[in-house]
Design a protein around this ligand. Structure first.
Ligand code: MN
Ligand code: MG
Length: 658
């Protein structure tokens, strides 16, 4: 069947203009359908996370990499070039940026209120959406009030309010699936009816992630168990084709009970014709999935079925083309192609070029909320009792790192409840991200005591990492800290003014571990090199490592809160190679900090001096930091630091007496 192949999609051209780029379709795809054949173009957005405007509210600036307003331009293109289209959203629309937090924490949702992301989705005109795990972050009442504003059906088959003997006997929170009655125009211009069944699934792990909102109110079913129960029923009810909205990643081909990323075994289920996937914030088809079993990462097939994943935050539009043929009154899929359309591209110099312009109608539908969100990120949402700065983060326990660990520990303690790990000691690892170095003498976190605004949180946590927990031994904790201590040069006792910091060691690999106490003995050589390589295997800089005042034994067990970068092996830290991960949070570290601040009102980020350098008699070292550090030097309690003149390139020099 070659009607469908060929250059229809690759032969698109881009007309560049200075204001962006406009896509022009050379060959409307529908022109290729013959009589009795119809081309159906399925479009997917996924993991929008309230990104409607091309705006980064944390850094308070316009960006070209996000926003449904931009994806909407692709959607308009596709609609113009195809005769038959469906637009589907795959969930995680309600939470994930300050606009979402503004509605949830500040404005609230009253009966009849229209949530801005729903307003935007209404403006674009979706056919169906499903729920992602983040839809539950603000509780069921907020969710239901938000969904009420949608002009399109929203389906989810495995969130259950009353469990039956099998899935078909369940009472579900919202409708499980829809069967859309549509008219299809075939290649000869004749119209025929088609019934398109659309069913949605969410990771059952929402019961852990949002336990406090959901326990006693809903339960979840296994995605695959649920799909097997309903797909035949949808066929019986006349669905000609069935599309699964899988808010679940493309993962293992091997089915396990309650699996989070179930899209591969889901695709194998008889009766499902196409899948839109998500949750992982990745792109499919793409080389990312080249090595996955049952996955054709080039053609966009899983178990031979077309599937797509449209990135996240509106970054891509997923497009599945189905060529349908009518035979004996029934439609069947005879050919498929899959592509994704990005809204921006990254150039070699790392700059970003927009590939589409914003859809004005989408902006207009949310402009008032956008402006309110700008006011929200710029005003105080909480207070800090102490200044949050990182000028001394490499020489003393530091408030800017402490607040990250306090929030991470607070969050992970909640997430461990009801798991087999509950009751284990919880530690938190965090590093100063903004601590001078190549960023220059102004590149420090510096939030004065008093009001804290949302845009300050980006300053506290620079990267959009997600939270992870690892379960490791006392020996791993010790070696993790030995790895961190490679930040420092070795210091000969009794000498003065040795340079303290190893310039080839980035500050983001200086993990401070909160929840234990320890000293770093600079007279010893570093056990590890700057890349984590073994340097002096018998050396030990970490001294007096204690938990609750007792020495940490090698075989003790700990849960350590950290981020996805570290937990999956970033920086090559002992105990953090991916194999020790016990919890993959759906939440970013930033979100957790915002939630913590909103929850607490006033935060007390004062560092607790849980780590110090081991005293060395008559020994001093020099280090560089930002000149503004002078304002805070008198606040330092646990270390003896004094100004020592100017450093290089605008930095200030300080002396630390060990
Ligand atoms: Mn998501
Ligand atoms: Mg501390």
């Amino acid at each position: 069947m070659s009607l469908f192949e060929g250059p229809a999609m690759s032969r698109r051209t881009f007309l560049s203009t200075t204001a962006g780029a406009t896509m022009i379709a050379i060959h409307p795809f529908s022109a290729r359908a013959a009589a009795g054949q119809a081309h159906l173009r399925i479009m997917e957005t996924t993991d929008l996370h309230v990104h409607v405007w091309p705006y980064d509210y944390y850094s308070d600036r316009e960006v070209d990499t996000v926003g449904l307003a931009r994806t909407a331009a692709h959607i308009a293109d596709v609609r113009a070039e195809a005769t038959n289209t469906l637009l589907l959203d795959n969930g995680d629309f309600l939470q994930g940026n300050p606009m979402g937090d503004y509605i949830a924490y500040e404005r609230g949702m009253k009966d009849g209120d229209l949530h801005p992301v729903i307003a935007a989705m209404n403006a674009v005109g979706f056919d169906v959406s499903t729920l992602g795990n983040h839809e539950f972050n603000y509780g069921l009442d907020f969710l239901m009030k938000s969904l009420a504003g949608a002009d399109f059906p929203i389906v989810s088959a495995n969130v259950v309010t009353t469990e039956g003997r099998n899935p078909t006997k369940d009472v579900t929170l919202i409708q499980r699936y829809v069967i859309l009655d549509r008219m299809l125009t075939d290649g000869a211009g004749e119209t025929h009816s088609i019934k398109v069944g659309i069913i949605g699934f969410v990771p059952p792990q929402i019961m852990n992630w949002d336990r406090k909102h959901l326990e006693g109110k809903v339960t979840t079913r296994d995605i695959l168990e649920t799909a097997r129960a309903y797909v035949p029923q949808m066929r019986e009810q006349g669905a000609d084709i069935i599309i699964a909205l899988s808010h679940s990643g493309i993962g293992s081909a091997e089915e396990t009970e309650g699996m989070e990323n179930a899209s591969v075994p889901l695709a194998a289920i008889d009766g499902i014709d196409a899948l839109v996937t998500g949750h992982s914030h990745l792109v499919f088809p793409s080389p990312t999935y080249a090595d996955y079993t049952a996955v054709d990462a080039e053609k966009g097939l899983i178990h031979g079925k077309p599937a797509t994943m449209g990135g996240f935050w509106g970054s891509h539009l997923g497009v599945i083309d189905l060529m349908l043929e009518r035979e004996a009154g029934e439609w069947r899929v005879v050919n498929t192609t899959v592509e994704t359309r990005p809204i921006s591209k990254r150039n070699e110099d790392r700059s970003v070029t927009a590939l589409v312009e914003s859809d004005e109608a989408v902006l207009a539908a949310t402009e008032a909320t956008h402006l309110e969100t700008l006011a929200y990120i710029r005003r105080a949402v909480g207070k800090t009792a102490a200044p949050l700065h990182s000028y001394f983060a490499l020489v003393a326990d530091d408030p800017s790192v402490q607040i990250v660990s306090i929030a991470q520990t607070w969050y992970i303690a909640e997430m461990m409840k009801g798991t087999e790990h509950e009751g284990l000691p919880i530690l938190s690892a965090a590093a100063p991200f903004k601590a001078g170095g190549r960023g220059g003498p102004e590149y420090y976190t510096d939030v004065p005591a008093g009001d804290v605004a949302i845009k300050n949180v980006a300053d506290l946590y620079l990267y959009p990492n997600t939270v992870r927990a690892v379960r490791i031994t006392g020996a791993d904790v010790r070696n993790w800290l030995e790895r961190s201590a490679g930040m420092f040069n070795q210091v000969e006792p009794g000498t003065n003014d040795t340079a303290l910091l190893n310039p080839s060691f980035p500050s983001y690999n200086f993990d401070v571990m909160d929840g234990v106490t320890y000293q770093i003995d600079l007279s010893q050589p570093s056990k590890f090199g700057p890349k984590g390589e073994s340097l002096n295997p018998d050396a030990n800089r970490i001294k007096n490592l204690s938990y609750n005042g007792e020495p940490v034994a090698d075989d003790m067990e700990f849960v350590v809160a950290t981020n996805n970068y570290r937990a999956s092996g970033g920086g090559s830290f002992p105990g953090a190679d991916g194999s020790t991960v016990i919890f993959e949070a759906p939440d970013t570290n930033r979100d957790v900090i915002v939630r913590y601040i909103v929850d607490q009102g006033t935060i007390q980020p004062s560092a607790d001096a849980n780590w110090t350098f081991s005293p060395l008699a008559d020994t001093s070292v020099l280090f560089e930091t930002g000149p503004k550090a002078a304002d805070y030097v008198d606040d330092l309690k646990s270390v003896d630091v004094s100004p020592a003149g100017d450093g290089a390139d605008g930095f200030a020099l300080f002396r630390l007496n060990l």
